[in-house]
Ligand binder design. Structure first.
Ligand SMILES: Cc1cc2nc3c(=O)[nH]c(=O)nc-3n(C[C@H](O)[C@H](O)[C@H](O)COP(=O)(O)OP(=O)(O)OC[C@H]3O[C@@H](n4cnc5c(N)ncnc54)[C@H](O)[C@@H]3O)c2cc1C
Length: 382
């Protein structure tokens, strides 16, 4: 695991340069046009981002969650959407890395690391999001295969990706329900198709899709872990890294919004002085920067625990909850500071305002997050 500080600094310097030279110049145009950034994907492959947290023995960079979180934040300081291209892909990879059989690791992880196979996680359905145990997608054993039928929705990378970890019911009647759930690695093919591309308020340019499985045959070798009934736990385990990743996005966006607001406040003049000289604006800036710094610290606390293989659902939940709410609040405060120009697509801040609320929804809504935090508080106190 690459935890060396010098190495981390080198990686972050490379990411900063890439963000500055490649992301920043196209963000506004691609977001407005909801255009997929194909070139960025090729650059992400070269940077090794599709293998950021995959072990080096499988061709990944083997980065710690702590370094990974910093990379995600640096990207999201400028434009959040591109981080989604490799983030949910790495949750899929982490499910294989933690719970896959040796054969699955040897087959899939090198292809995930190179970006030859890329995608994400297929959990949500039209009638099931937070209550994942009520999903209806079914996988029925048929000889050496399973046959999958069902519909998934809101799936990130669902159109441009070619592989997905799909949560199914292998025993729809099981009690408790999670014992009948299994996770499959599904490469696109006959019976696995895109229903439609979904339009969105924000988080544009990357694809969110409804996906349809109609008698889709997948080899039993692709059942993660090789044993039915473990899918729910496998997904829940992957969501810890997922929550650190969403928290890192939030911390990055909160800082990005603050930086933009500060720069604007120092330039914009009213009543003969820069608005940064008005106390009402100063109070906002101070609160924004303090919240952004606190969010970054919570992210690092959770990531360091994750790297030590310690239980971190409380810390990841706190980081996700606080950093995402901070991204929303700081985007709104930045809008206030930008005044009328906040409403113009000529400035970047309106994108932050549209992108940030997603962070309160994805990887477990913030309502669910608070329940997880409280449950852990009670468990740890007991
Ligand atoms: C842009 C985007 C990208 C996404 N990407 C993916 C992806 O790649 N893969 C994937 O599988 N999913 C993805 N999702 C789906 C996302 O994970 C779900 O939207 C989320 O889990 C919430 O589920 P839901 O929308 O069904 O809301 P619901 O579960 O219906 O919740 C509705 C409201 O009720 C609240 N609520 C629900 N249960 C409780 C409770 N017990 N107590 C208190 N409040 C409760 C929720 O917090 C929320 O406020 C994505 C969504 C979006 C918008």
């Amino acid at each position: 695991m690459a935890t060396d500080t010098d190495l981390e600094q080198q990686i972050l310097a490379t990411i900063d340069k890439w963000v500055d030279q490649e992301l920043k110049p196209i963000a506004r145009e691609f977001d407005q046009a909801d255009q997929y950034p194909e070139e960025l994907v090729e650059q992400m492959k070269e940077l090794g981002l599709f293998g950021a947290t995959i072990d080096e023995e499988y061709g990944g960079l083997g980065l710690s969650a702590s370094t990974y979180a910093k990379i995600v934040s640096r990207i999201c300081e400028v434009w959040m959407a591109p981080s989604g291209i490799f983030n949910s892909h790495l949750i899929m990879a982490s499910c294989v890395q933690r719970a896959g059989t040796e054969a699955q690791k040897a087959h899939f992880l090198p292809k995930f690391a190179s970006g030859e196979l890329r995608g994400g996680i297929g959990l949500t359905e039209p009638d099931a999001g937070s209550d994942l145990q009520s999903i209806r997608t079914v996988a029925r054993r048929d000889g050496d295969n399973y046959v999958i039928n069902g519909t998934k929705t809101w799936i990130s990378n669902g159109i441009k990706g070619n592989c997905l970890a799909v949560l199914t019911k292998t025993d729809p009647l099981a009690e408790p329900r999670h014992k009948g759930m299994s996770l499959f690695l599904c490469e696109k093919g006959e019976g696995f198709s895109v229903g439609k591309k979904l339009k969105k308020l924000g988080y544009r340019a990357i694809d969110s899709a409804e996906l349809i499985f109609e008698d889709f045959a997948v080899s039993a070798d692709n059942l993660i872990g090789g044993e039915e009934g473990r899918g729910f736990q496998q997904v829940a385990g992957g969501l810890e890294l997922g929550r650190i990743n969403i928290a890192a996005r939030g911390a990055g966006m909160a800082k990005g919004a603050t930086d933009m607001a500060l720069a604007y406040a120092m330039e914009r003049k009213t009543f003969g002085k820069a608005i940064s000289e008005h106390q009402a604006i100063q109070l906002k800036l101070a609160e924004m920067s303090t919240r952004a710094a606190a969010a970054a610290l919570l992210v690092q606390e959770a990531a360091v625990k994750y790297d030590r293989a310690e239980r971190c659902d409380l810390e990841a939940g706190q980081a996700k909850f606080f950093a995402s709410e901070t991204a929303v609040q700081n985007s709104l405060d930045a809008m206030r500071i930008f005044g009328g120009y906040s409403y113009s697509p000529e400035y970047e801040i309106e994108r932050f305002y549209r992108d940030a609320p997603l962070l309160c929804i994805g990887e477990g809504t913030n309502e669910i997050q608070r329940m997880i935090i409280a449950k852990q508080m009670v468990a740890r106190a007991g």
